[in-house]
Design a protein around this ligand. Sequence first.
Ligand SMILES: Nc1ncnc2c1ncn2[C@@H]1O[C@H](COP(=O)(O)OP(=O)(O)OP(=O)(O)O)[C@@H](O)[C@H]1O
Length: 346
Amino acid sequence: MIATESLSKRFPKVTALDRLSVDVGPGVTGLVGANGAGKSTLIKILLGLSPATEGRAEVLGLDVATKGGAIRERVGYMPEHDCLPPDVSATEFVVHMARMSGLPPAAARERTADTLRHVGLYEERYRPIGGYSTGMKQRVKLAQALVHDPKLVFLDEPTNGLDPVGRDEMLGLIRRIHTDFGISVLVTSHLLGELERTCDHVVVIDGGKLLRSSSTTDFTQITTTLAIEVTDTDEHPDGTRAVREALRARGVDTHDGSGLPGAGHVLLLTAEGEETYDLVRDVVTDLGLGLVRMEQRRHRIAEVFRGDSDENSGTSGESGTDGGTRGNGADRDGDGERKEAVGHGG
Ligand SMILES: Nc1ncnc2c1ncn2[C@@H]1O[C@H](COP(=O)(O)OP(=O)(O)OP(=O)(O)O)[C@@H](O)[C@H]1O
C-alpha cells in the first residue's frame, strides 16, 4: 500500500523526517510517535501535498513526487486539525467533498447519506456544523475522507479531543472501515494503547526516524510472566499474602502486580514451565483459597518502548497492562483517564 525509501524532509530549523524507509501493507496500520515525531509531515508527503527533501515514496504503486493527483483520487484524508466550515450542514459539506472527488450529483448525495449513516450521524446531519460537538466534527471529517470510496485512508489523530467513550466509538468505526468495506487505514496517534487494540500493524517513529515496524501481535507477544489472583477466606483474610508466603517457602519469588487496572490483588511471578502452574495450583488448593485467575501476561506496546524485558517485567509492580509510562510520559486529557503516550504526549 505504502513504501518509502530513505525519505527525508528538512525544514530550515528541523529535520521532520530522517531517512525513513518503511513498507505498509493492507489492513489497519498505526503510525505512532510523540508530537513532532513527523507523522503529519509523512502523511502530507504521501498525499503529494508536500515535496520530500530526499528519498522516494509510493502510495498504491504511485510515485508521490509525480502522481499526487492520482493518489488523492484513490486515498481519503482526515486531517488532524479542525477545518470544517461552521455555516454548512454535514450533508452539504460531504456532498461538496464528494463532488470535488468527481462523483456525479446523484451518486454524491447517495454516498453522502450512506457514509454519514455509517459514521453515526443521523438527524444532526442537516444542522450547521458550527453547533456540533468535537465527536460529531471528527465524524464529519471521517465521512468526507470515506465518501469517494477510497482504497486507503489516512486518519491523522482521529481521536484527538474525544472523551474515553468517544474514543472507543471512533476506534470501533476505524476497525469497521477495514472489516466492512475492505478499505485499508493508516491512522496516527501518540497514544499507544489505542493502536494496540485497533491496528494489525504498528509503525513507530521518533524524531523522524523509524524506531520499529511490526505486527501488533509481535509487539504484544506473550511473556513468561504469570499473573495470579486468589480469593480471601476466613482462615486467610489476605489470600494473596498467604500465597506469596507459601510460594516463597518453596523458593519462588513473586512481585506485587496490584498496579494493574481493574486488578484487586495480583501476584506476578516468572513461569519456569508447566511445573510453575502445578505449583501455584497446589499451593492455592492447600491453602483452601479460590483461584480467580492465572494467566500469562502479554507485553504491552508501552513496555516495548521502555525496553522492558521479560526478566524485569514483573519487578516494578506497576509494569502490568496499562501500568507504567516510565520514559514515555503519562497523558491526561482532563478526562481523568490515564493513557500511554510516546515521548512527551500531547
Ligand atoms: N511547515 C513547517 N515548517 C517548519 N517546521 C515544520 C513544518 N511542519 C512541521 N514542522 C516541524 O516538523 C516536525 C514534525 O512535525 P509533524 O507535524 O510532522 O509532527 P507530528 O508527529 O504530526 O506531531 P503533531 O501530532 O504534533 O502534529 C516538528 O518539529 C514540526 O515543528
